[in-house]
Design a protein around this ligand. Structure first.
Ligand code: G3P
Length: 215
């Protein structure tokens, strides 16, 4: 499973790259606003750091507006792929951009039927938001299972399942067990994935025992 970093914080992304763990990056308008920086500048810096796709999200509401924005963003770096919302207009834009060979990440997916439509529209990635489904009392991981099964029933659908709105390490484990193609992970969650108390206590004991037999 590929790991994307769900962040617009260049320092976090640099750290994930230095760990050798960033296969790509996803941003959204909230993350860009949180960075407090200019959109084009941030996307340019991230694209220079990461050897993989960097999602830049459109904010227009019509397909024409989204295509116009997408064509502009695609010029910023060959790593940039265009994130469009899962609306009628978003899928129209997806079809038009993907037909021109531009990668598209369809975001804000909350149902298997939406994922099916995105794949038909030529999406490179579909982004189901599992944490937000958990928030409203549904099991987000059930949606991942449905989408993985549907896509695997139809090998002609090439869209990759990009698990988004990941909130904790267990989400990542479950996504990997279901065979999702990608999980996009906030840096804080990635950080937690390294940790286990038995690793810490085990290492401490090894080092203590080693020291006790040194002259
Ligand atoms: O990748 C989408 C993600 O950024 C949304 O996460 O935590 O705002 O639901 P969250």
């Amino acid at each position: 499973m590929k790991i994307f970093i769900d962040s617009a914080d260049v320092d976090e992304i640099r750290e994930a790259v230095s760990l050798g763990l960033a296969d790509g990056v996803t941003t959204n308008p909230t993350l860009i606003a949180r960075s407090g920086r200019n959109f084009k500048e941030v996307i340019g810096e991230i694209s220079a750091l990461v050897d993989g796709p960097v999602s830049a999200e459109v904010t227009g509401l019509t397909a024409d507006e989204m295509v116009e924005e997408g064509l502009e963003y695609a010029k910023w770096s060959e790593n940039v792929i265009i994130k469009v919302p899962l609306t009628r207009e978003g899928l129209k834009a997806c079809k038009r951009l993907s037909s021109q060979g531009i990668g598209v990440n369809v975001t804000l997916c909350f149902s298997a039927n939406q994922a099916l439509l995105a794949a038909k529209a030529g999406a490179t990635y579909i982004s189901p938001f599992i944490g937000r489904l958990d928030d409203v009392g549904q099991d987000g991981m059930d949606l991942i299972a449905e989408i993985v099964e549907i896509y695997s029933n139809y090998p002609e659908l090439k869209t990759q399942v990009l698990v988004a709105s990941v909130r904790h390490p267990r989400h990542v484990t479950d996504a990997a067990m279901l065979g999702a193609d990608v999980a996009t992970i906030p840096f804080g969650v990635l950080d937690k994935m390294f940790n286990h108390p038995l690793t810490d206590s085990g290492l401490e004991k090894f080092l203590k025992d080693w020291e006790s037999v040194q002259g």
